[in-house]
Design a protein around this ligand. Structure first.
Ligand SMILES: CC(=O)SCCNC(=O)CCNC(=O)[C@H](O)C(C)(C)COP(=O)(O)OP(=O)(O)OC[C@H]1O[C@@H](n2cnc3c(N)ncnc32)[C@H](O)[C@@H]1OP(=O)(O)O
Ligand SMILES: O=C([O-])CC(=O)C(=O)O
Length: 377
C-alpha cells in the first residue's frame, strides 16, 4: 500500500490527545496537568508529582499522608526477586536487570488483571515503590555489597540514597536528586511513553507495557543518553580538549550525547533548573575533580552551541549531576526509569480510557509482486 505523505520517525505527527502534560516548543515550557514543571520542582515533592500525574490533581494533606504510607509499605521485595537479582550475571546492564525485574513482578502479580484504572493504579504504585529497591540492590551488587533494606521512616529520595550507600547525604544533595526525578517524570509522547501506549493499545497488561518502555528508554538516542554523556566526558578527558574533540566527532558524523531534541529546537525547558542544581552540587563538592568535569561540561556545551547551534537536553546536566551524587554511570538510566514510571503508567491509564489500536501504515518500497520459483531439490 502507498501513502501520500511519509513521516519518518513520526516527526511532527499528532497521533492522539492527552491531558497529562504538554511540551510547548515556542515558549520552551512544560506543564504537568497544567502546572509549570519548574514551579512543581521548586515547591513540591516527587511523591506529590507522582500523585498529580496519576490523579490529575495535587493531593491534600490527608491524601498525601495515605499515599506516602502506601508507597513505603510496598517497598520490600519478595524473596524470588532478590534471588533473581543475585543470579543475573554481574556484567548484565542495570537496564536489563530492571527490565527483567519488571517482567518477573508481572509474572508473579496475583492480582486479577481487569485492566481497570484502580487495578492499574495499584500496580503503578507497587512499581514506584519497588523499582528503587531493585536499582539500589543492583548498584550494591556490582560493588560486591549486600543489599540495604528500605527504611519506611525515610521519604522516597532519601530512602533511595540510604539503600544505595547506607547513608543519606546532605539535604541539598537529596533535593537536587528530587528535582531530577520531578523533571524526568513525564514528557508527553516521547519514544518510551509511546511504546507503552502502543503495547497498551493491544489491550496487553501494564507490566508488558512498562517492560517494553524500559527497552525503549535504554537506547542512547533517548534515556540512555544520560549514561552516554558521562562516557563522552570521560573520553574527552580535559576541558582543553573539548573543542578539538567536538570538531573531530562532528566531522566523523557522530551524534553528541545529551544534545538536541525532537521537540525543543531552542533549548530544553528542563535544562536551566537541572543545570542550576548541578552547579550547586559542583560548588558544594569543592573538589578539583568536580570542578574539572564541570569546566569540561561547560566548554563542550559552549562549543556545541557555537559550532552547530544545538542546545543540551535534560540528559546533559542530569548525567553530570548523577556522577557527582556518587552513582555508577551504568545506573543513570535506571534512575530515569524510577521517575518516568509515573508518566508511563499515567499514559497507560489514559490510553485504556479512550483506546484505539495503534497501527500505522507503511509505504511499500520492496520488489514488485513476482512468482515464487520452483523449490530447490
Ligand atoms: C530525555 C531524552 O530522551 S532527550 C534526547 C536524548 N538523546 C540524545 O541526547 C542523543 C543525541 N541527540 C540526538 O541524536 C538527536 O538530537 C535526537 C535523536 C534527540 C533528536 O533527533 P531528531 O529530532 O530526529 O533531530 P535530527 O536528527 O533531525 O537533527 C537535526 C539536525 O541536527 C543534527 N543533530 C541533532 N542532534 C545532534 C547531536 N546530538 N549531535 C550532532 N548532531 C545533531 C542532526 O545531525 C541533523 O543534522 P542535519 O540536518 O545536518 O542532518
Ligand atoms: O520527549 C522526548 O522525545 C524525549 C524526552 O525529552 C523525554 O522523554 O523526557
Amino acid at each position: 500500500m502507498t501513502t501520500s505523505a511519509i513521516h519518518r520517525g513520526l516527526a511532527g505527527v499528532v497521533v492522539d490527545t492527552t491531558e497529562i502534560s504538554t511540551v510547548i516548543e515556542e515558549t520552551n515550557s512544560l506543564t504537568y496537568r497544567g502546572y509549570p514543571v519548574q514551579d512543581l520542582a521548586a515547591r513540591r515533592s516527587f511523591e506529590e508529582v507522582a500523585y498529580l500525574l496519576w490523579h490529575g490533581e495535587l493531593p491534600d494533606a490527608d491524601r498525601l499522608r495515605e499515599f506516602r504510607a502506601r508507597e513505603r509499605a510496598l517497598r520490600p521485595l519478595d524473596r524470588s526477586l532478590s534471588e533473581l537479582l543475585a543470579r543475573l550475571p554481574a556484567t548484565c546492564h542495570p537496564m536489563d536487570v530492571l527490565r527483567t525485574a519488571v517482567s518477573l513482578l508481572g509474572a508473579e502479580d496475583p492480582a486479577e488483571d481487569d485492566g481497570s484504572p484502580a487495578a492499574n493504579r495499584a500496580k503503578s504504585l507497587a512499581l514506584l515503590a519497588r523499582l528503587p529497591v531493585v536499582v539500589a540492590a543492583d548498584h550494591r551488587r556490582r560493588r560486591g555489597l549486600d543489599p540495604v533494606r528500605p527504611d519506611p521512616e525515610l521519604g522516597y529520595a532519601e530512602n533511595f540514597f540510604h539503600m544505595c550507600f547506607g547513608t543519606v547525604p546532605a539535604p541539598e544533595v537529596v533535593r537536587c536528586f528530587e528535582v531530577s526525578l520531578i523533571l524526568y517524570a513525564e514528557h508527553s509522547f516521547n519514544a518510551s511513553t509511546f511504546t507503552a501506549r502502543v503495547v497498551t493499545s493491544t489491550l496487553s497488561d501494564l507490566y508488558s507495557a512498562v517492560t517494553a518502555a524500559i527497552g525503549a528508554l535504554k537506547g542512547p538516542l533517548h534515556g540512555g543518553a544520560n549514561e552516554a554523556v558521562m562516557h563522552m566526558l570521560e573520553e574527552i578527558g580535559s576541558p582543553e580538549r573539548a573543542e578539538t574533540w567536538l570538531d573531530e566527532a562532528l566531522a566523523a558524523k557522530r551524534k553528541i550525547m545529551g544534545f538536541g531534541h525532537r521537540v525543543y529546537k531552542h533549548g530544553d525547558s528542563r535544562v536551566p533548573l537541572m543545570q542550576e542544581a548541578t552547579d550547586r552540587l559542583v560548588a558544594r563538592a569543592a573538589d578539583p575533580e568536580a570542578t574539572r568535569l564541570a569546566t569540561l561540561h561547560a566548554a563542550l556545551r559552549q562549543a556545541m552551541l557555537s559550532r552547530k547551534g544545538i542546545h543540551p537536553n535534560l540528559d546533559y546536566p542530569a548525567g553530570l549531576a548523577y556522577h557527582l551524587m556518587g552513582f555508577d554511570t551504568p545506573a543513570f538510566t535506571p534512575l530515569f526509569v524510577m521517575s518516568r514510571i509515573t508518566g508511563w503508567t499515567a499514559h497507560i491509564t489514559e490510553q485504556l480510557a479512550h483506546n484505539a489500536l495503534i497501527r500505522p501504515l507503511a509505504s511499500y518500497a520492496g520488489p514488485a509482486q513476482r512468482p515464487v520459483p520452483a523449490a530447490v531439490r
